[in-house]
Design a protein around this ligand. Sequence first.
Ligand code: ATP
Length: 506
Amino acid sequence: MDFKQLISHCKEYGFIYQSSEIYDGLSAVYDYGPYGVELKNNIKEYWWKSMVNMHENIVGIDAAIFMHPKTWKASGHVDAFNDPLIDNKDSKKRYRADQLIEGYAEKIEIKIRKDVAKARKRFGDAFDENQFRTTNPRIVDRQNKIDAILKRLADAMRDENMGDLKAQIEEYDIACPESGSRNWTEVRQFNLMFSTQLGNIAGEEGKLYLRPETAQGIFVNFLNVQKSTRQKIPFGIAQIGKAFRNEIVARQFIFRMREFEQMEMQFFIRPGVEMKWYEYWKETRLNWHKALGTPESKLRYHDHDNLAHYANAAVDIEFEFPFGFRELEGIHSRTDFDLGSHSELSGKKMTYFDPELNESYVPYVVETSIGCDRMFLAQVSNALQEETVPDADGKESTRIVMKLHPSLAPVKVAVLPLLKNKEELTTAARDVYSTLKKHFNCQYDEKDAIGRRYRRQDAIGTPYCVTIDFDTLEDGTVTIRDRDTLQQKRVAIDALVGEIDVTLPL
Ligand code: ATP
């Protein structure tokens, strides 16, 4: 299923709507519909339970979105949370200069992939891709070109050399993807934080920011939490909450939004042991994804070449979205940068007394940070499938099915009377529904033929359908249908709750 179909499926079935759609929408802002909010809450629950409830030494908080403006000075966001912006003078479209250059490199990579595919066809089973990539002169030449482009880009980004970014765009002859025009402005830094104003203070003094990450709410509360919970290092603080970024180019649906939700955990440790914990969280977080049944082939690590100002090691867990492998989650070794810098600017010592070492130090931090919306997109794009299945009379038909892990599915069980206009059936079905809804998020549906009702439940990912038929009235049994295998079996109503397995893979 392609990306466009996925977006329209999300709208049609009440997962995601564009924000303020009646006014033609607000770009890169989205609303979650009735099924969307359930799926999103289930993702949050899976994260919270795995990170907080399953770890004795991790606790949660819920900090405010507004924070003292000095927070963002200390964190480096006021000075360094920028993207390089370039405008096309003819089309009036805005771009990120680094993304234009990356796009240029990607075009060369696409040529390589085409050559590889051709060679694979020619050589058949004997084809060795690695050997081909490292020995074919044309490919080697192209790969060297890509490496040189990306190296020069990384250097210019590190040195904040806007002039060289512009020079690269000119040298590579990059045109505006919309209009084909090469009439560019200079490249300039653009800060991604949204700002707003306190009501009672005029001017710069009253300037506030909407938080661009949830992490800082954790850092500034480090001492509060440590004291009130008497946690000993190593321990973690976790939080789920909204973050805001004024992204220059916000395409790709909920992948890059201006208002989104993060699930972050900062793990406080002794200085010097950060690589051990970095490796631990790297592995633990990948396993969290795999436990949902997400295929390993769709997940990979990507080490950062270009480390942020606060990090001494960083890796992304990338997922293969419909538009390619992209960052889903980041694991960062943030050193003592944040606590150190808050200590300095606030004048409050952010240290921890380690009773075992009998000394005080500013703890180091390893963080795990994942976008809830990106996780949503990853799950939906992995789960949504069109497939051919045998229908009731043995013929083949196609169905659209969302094969979500049952614990994430918005509706766990649909309760369906075989016929709508037989009161004995609808009454019995309503009774079953009343019992099940105390245990699971359920839906009662009596409209349309049974086959169509199954298809509707498949389309929203409901793992179980329970059907009440004439045998139910005789012997108190129902059929329970499995979404993925389409197998139906008869079970007693009393045994139904035990048949429905929607537990989280903790
Ligand atoms: P990117 O390089 O894609 O902009 P980032 O490296 O800036 O992401 P982080 O600052 O590490 O991202 O944020 C942690 C996580 O928050 C990301 O892995 C991603 O899942 C999520 N995230 C970041 N920006 C957005 C956004 N604009 N919309 C949705 N999710 C986001």
